[in-house]
Design a protein around this ligand. Structure first.
Ligand code: FES
Ligand code: MG
Length: 597
């Protein structure tokens, strides 16, 4: 491999070899290198091995993380690719986050993981780093940290799980977790059957098998040009997944030698393409938050793309991918239909082809080199631009006097489209506990025209911004057959859920100046998704007076989330004091490109 044109560069290899980085830590540069070699040699490496580009591999495997259950095999395959191409592979751990085992929410820990990732990539002598991850918050945390560390970084995704099977019907986490649990609660299936279904919903290791947040972020990572296109969808348990790992190893050595750092590769055009893909797959609303957090880590992109631009892209982009929850199928179908290669060819007229990728080719060059030969099954899963599932704007951003910095709605997953243009009286819940106490009260004054408003679940109000935005239909209305209502909150919702739900209202109610915080039961709310409008029907003077009164109360009150922040210890204190709002990505202000230098 050293004779290959790409690697025949003795000088640059030595110059970029990680062990030589930051040589001043022990005072004398040469002594510092000498000491580093002493300790790395304790592991048995030779001078020859240590003269190669050092490729770190981040191990996020854990006994609590089935989504990352194939990490040991991926490390082995990635090492093969690195060694075959003249690098030396060294793996190391960072924290591991699984959706179900990250109390209070994995979102609360995403920024911690991004700090761990950034600092360990920076601290250790790696020339490039493969970041193995897959579960919802892991991929955004790693890309955020990788951009900030700005060494060449290569995501390697664990891949989706296989669908399960129950009485001849396919099942997949987690859209089918919700459907089947609802059937059990309604008495349509019994305890024995729900037990059997429980065994099949996640029948293999890997990430959730529908177009939830993990799959959405996988497609976005491919659209950004950071992974091989098949890497977005090859099943976790497939041989193809291991070949992608080997390929990633090879790509990492080349990226190290050529210093392809994320800040060099990723541009406004890359993120534009990511937004096109997000809209075309009917991706998770969570991805809007993650994408803004990733964008705001990049010094040259931050400020050039905001929620309004993601919405603007949506107006021109149809929904093409027929996967749950917007459609009917599973990630394995998307993969077998051609996956991202097929999707990007279909979307080609909408893409900015000069965006750079991790291999040094532009996206257009990648697509030229890899033509896609269409087939009938492919067209049934990944529609063409002329036969879309939904004409445009799967994800929309609405704005108005109660959401001056925007709020997000997955219009394509609305069950009763009439609600996308609706005017109705608010029924307000101050927080999740208030909701739990009163929602099913038979005396609650609520009709199907009411607008359910849930405050207090934003980044500060309920740290981690829980996925409680899918407010259940009040029991008495559900019993009358009501299946959808307009619902608004400052929280999030699972990427696998649906309904006419407005999320991520910014600024959140916990902030003293929040207009969303002053909505009262009985106020009239106007929502017009077509015109991107969400407003309270109230005069501006009245609104300002209410805000001033509430601010006074919150700033002097001892029990408000706002005031409690300054006295809180530990990571939670750091989180509450530093987290920014959803429209900026709910990142820590001090980690963003526009934060402190
Ligand atoms: Fe990990 Fe769904 S729980 S991807
Ligand atoms: Mg999820």
């Amino acid at each position: 491999p050293m004779e290959n044109a790409d690697y025949n560069l003795q000088e640059p290899i030595i110059a970029t070899t990680g062990l030589r980085r930051g040589l001043t830590s022990y005072g004398d540069a040469h002594f510092s290198l000498f000491l580093r070699k002493v300790f790395i040699k304790a592991l048995g490496y030779s001078e020859d091995a240590l003269s190669r580009p050092i490729i770190g591999i981040i191990n996020t495997g854990s006994g609590f993380n089935p989504c990352h259950g194939n990490v040991p095999q991926l490390i082995e395959a990635a090492k093969r690719g690195i060694h075959l191409h003249g690098g030396i592979a060294i793996d190391f751990p960072t924290i591991s986050l699984h959706e179900s085992f990250s109390h209070p929410t994995s979102m609360f820990l995403r920024n911690l993981m991004s700090m761990d990732t950034e600092e360990m990539i920076r601290a250790q002598p790696v020339d490039a780093c493969i970041m193995i991850g897959g579960c919802d918050k892991t991929v955004p945390a790693q890309i955020m940290g990788g951009i900030s560390a700005n060494k060449p970084v290569l995501p390697l995704l664990t891949g989706p799980m296989m669908p399960g099977s129950h009485r001849g019907k396919r099942l997949g986490a987690c859209t089918d977790c919700r459907n089947n649990w609802a059937s059990y609660r309604a008495g349509q299936i019994d305890m024995e059957e729900i037990g059997a279904i429980n065994e099949e919903l996640a029948p293999t290791i890997g990430t959730c098998g529908v177009m939830g947040t993990a799959s959405t972020m996988a497609c976005i990572t491919a659209a950004l040009g950071l992974i091989p296109l098949q890497g977005a969808s090859a099943p976790a348990v497939s041989a193809g997944r291991l070949r992608i790992a080997e390929q990633t190893g090879a790509n990492a050595v080349a990226a190290a030698i050529n210093q392809r750092t994320p800040q060099n590769i990723l541009s406004v055009d890359s993120f534009y393409n990511a937004a096109v893909v997000l809209q075309a797959i009917g991706g998770s609303t969570n991805a809007m938050v993650h994408l803004m957090a990733i964008i705001n880590r990049h010094p040259a992109v931050s400020g050039s793309i905001d929620l309004a631009m993601l919405d603007e892209v949506g107006r021109k982009t149809p929904l093409l991918v027929d996967l749950k929850p917007s459609g009917d199928n599973y990630m394995t179908d998307f993969h077998n239909a051609g996956g991202m290669l097929c999707l990007l060819h279909r979307l080609r007229p909408l893409l900015r082809e000069s965006a750079m990728t991790i291999t040094g080719e532009t996206l257009g060059e990648v697509l030229d080199k890899n033509p896609f030969r269409d087939f009938a099954f492919s067209r049934s899963i990944i529609r063409t631009l002329s036969t879309p599932l939904h004409p445009s704007s799967s994800l929309v951003v609405v704005r108005g006097n109660i959401a001056p910095n925007g709020a997000v709605c997955k219009a394509s997953a609305s069950k009763d489209k009439r609600l996308l243009n609706h005017r109705g009286p608010a029924v307000v819940f101050e927080n999740s506990q208030d909701l739990a106490l009163r929602l099913d009260d038979p005396d609650l004054a609520v009709t199907s025209d009411s607008v359910l408003v849930l405050k207090g679940i934003g980044p500060i109000g309920n740290p981690g911004m829980p996925e409680a935005g899918l407010i259940p239909i009040p029991r008495k209305l559900a019993a009358q057959g009501v299946t959808d209502m307009l619902r608004i909150s400052d929280g999030r919702m699972s990427g696998t859920a649906g309904g006419t739900i407005i999320l991520h209202v910014s600024p959140e109610s916990a902030i003293p100046d929040s207009p969303f915080g002053v909505i009262e039961t009985g106020d009239i709310i106007v929502c017009d998704v077509e015109n991107r409008l969400l407003r309270l029907d109230i005069g501006d003077e009245d609104l300002q007076r209410r805000i001033a009164e509430r601010r006074q109360k919150l700033e002097t009150g001892t029990d408000s989330a706002w005031n409690a922040r300054s006295a809180r210890r530990g990571y939670r204190g750091l989180y509450e004091r530093e987290v920014n709002q959803a429209h900026d990505g709910a990142d820590f202000s001090f980690l963003t490109a526009r934060g402190p230098a």
